[in-house]
Design a binder for this molecule. Sequence first.
Ligand code: GLA
Length: 382
Amino acid sequence: MKLPLVLLSFATLLLANPSVCLPGEAASSTSPSLKEAFKDCFLIGAALNESQFTGRDARAAALIKKQFDSITPENVLKWGLVHPQPDTYDFGPADRYVEFGQSNGMFIIGHTLIWHSQTPHWVFHNADGSLLTRDALVTRMREHITTVVGRYRGRVKGWDVVNEALDEDGTMRSNYWMRIIGPDYVQKAFEFAHAADPAAQLYYNDYSLENEPKREGALRLIKALKAAGVHITGIGVQSHDKMDWPTAQQLDATIDSFANEGLKVMITELDVDVLPAAFRGPSAETSLNAKLTKDLNPYTNGLPESVQQALAKRYAELFSTFLKHRHQIARVTFWGVTDGNSWLNNWPVRGRTSYPLLFDREGHPKPAFDAVIGLATRAHLE
Ligand code: GLA
């Protein structure tokens, strides 16, 4: 009997965490949607691909409208897609993304302005292959941010201004931005974004912030930005999680330390990897790549019930911590909608069958969905 076990786990979590997210509504046989269940706690978001926000994937579009009240573009606002050539912007897909969010009354996120990945070679190099000067790269950065943020001024409500500027040890990552401009590239990016849309929320976004050295590095960065008078409103904790990482204590400490700096905390790229680890350590470094083997891809014919239940329990643990910190957390965004379109089918091993989200490949809610909803609704009944 698996159900009683899961319910028992909920009861334990709820005793530790008597939260109320669903005022005036009792749990019923028809589950509320995620956005309804958490409406008094935080926004619930999803990262969308183009077929979803254009409606080409009609089933996914319907699911998104029902379940989520915030959206993030998985790719279409990354530099390489929106600004592929020096004098060419391709705003078509991004415009559709923003229209989808607006017509469905969603809180629209822009992801991401400055990153080391998915950024074309030409951004940093002259035609002869030499590196740009600091001044030239600052000018290029200003032009890009002013154009992109300016176009969606007042409509995109929050921007991941800088993504992944830190290494695991908390020092600045040696990317082209750092090497050519220096550490103040982060400050400049925030200043240009703020000038382009003074009302927009501006975030720093990164992974593995739950690990102390990287978290300390992020805190140093935030303090330096604040000391320089920079407008920074929030921090994105990506949360590409494992079954055993981060611990609740790590998450508690992470959320508290950023909230203590006066920042909104956002869980920005949530998923839980149930597949065997191809690498040691909980990194979400996108350049990692391992060879596909049978051992690394054990669930090609479906997720065994025991793993399904373990995932539900893991999601309940995570949301229990989010609920405990609901006054500090503004949004919880999943990186994808259904298991079938998660990046974890192709990272860090191409061609695996992964199960990291709340909806299965057919768009049906998984036990993990019930676990998360149950946490919100049962909390109200306690
Ligand atoms: C990082 C980025 C995201 C996305 C994921 C993997 O976390 O912030 O934009 O590329 O990697 O899909």
